[in-house]
Design a protein around this ligand. Structure first.
Ligand code: BTN
Length: 223
């Protein structure tokens, strides 16, 4: 069951780091690590994840059974758990009203057959640093009054459901909440119009000279 056992830290470096250590030590499938505060929270592609103490759901789960669609399934699960309509920005940022409210970071050791699924959701953040003010939001900023523990409960239920679904079901759900479809996207080597994802989860982009498939592990979209 996802969420048990649970280890909660008032303050730690990164719940993903704690969960990785537990996974290496043999922690069972579903082990949950949460924190009120992280001193070295990390995001995708080497970025930092910063949230004032107590203002976000900061969680990581040890998984020993997972499919190739895990990163996409996690994005769908977070969208479903939020008490407000949300969309997923490829590969798995979660957007409310065009701003990022949650992020997903999957880290793994395929040879040891485990993965750590880390999720951060801005719940009660009221002020963002100047550089994030236009691009980030929180549930409080969207007018929602919900506690971290209540949201965590919804997230665990939603994760349990979506991590058990087939690749076809995950792809269909992801495509129905695709924030980028039809939008112009830019990356270091080009730009074009987002045209959904293929069955491997790569972003399809129509460029002037044809369609390309961008791999989430390699390509970073520019805003
Ligand atoms: C991203 O959007 O780049 C992913 C952000 C993931 C942040 C969460 S917060 C809980 C967990 N612990 C971490 O260090 N990172 C993830």
């Amino acid at each position: 069951m996802i969420g048990r056992p649970r280890v909660h830290h008032r303050c730690t470096d990164s719940t993903n780091e704690r969960a990785r250590r537990l996974a290496s030590g043999g922690a069972p499938h579903g082990t949950l690590v949460t924190a009120d505060e992280q001193t070295a929270g990390r995001g995708r592609q080497g970025r930092a994840w910063i949230a004032p103490p107590g203002s976000a759901v900061l969680m990581s789960v040890v998984l020993r059974r997972f499919g190739e669609m895990l990163p996409l399934a996690a994005g769908v699960a977070v969208c479903e758990a939020l008490p407000v309509p949300a969309l997923v920005k490829w590969p798995n940022d979660v957007w409310v009203e065009g701003r990022k409210v949650a992020g997903v970071l999957v880290e793994g050791r395929p040879l040891e057959e485990w993965a750590v699924l880390g999720i951060g959701v801005n719940v009660g953040v009221s002020e963002f640093p100047a550089e994030l003010r236009e691009s980030a939001t929180s549930l409080r900023r969207e007018g929602l009054d919900i506690g971290n523990e209540e949201l965590l409960g919804s997230l665990l239920v939603s994760l349990e459901r979506w991590l058990g679904r087939s690749a076809g079901e995950v792809l269909a759900a992801w495509r129905s909440i695709d924030a980028l479809r039809g939008e112009t996207v830019h990356w270091a080597a080009g730009s074009g119009q987002a045209a959904g994802i293929n069955n491997a989860g790569a972003l399809l982009v129509d460029t002037g000279s044809g369609q390309v498939a961008l791999d989430a592990g390699e390509v970073h979209l520019l805003r």
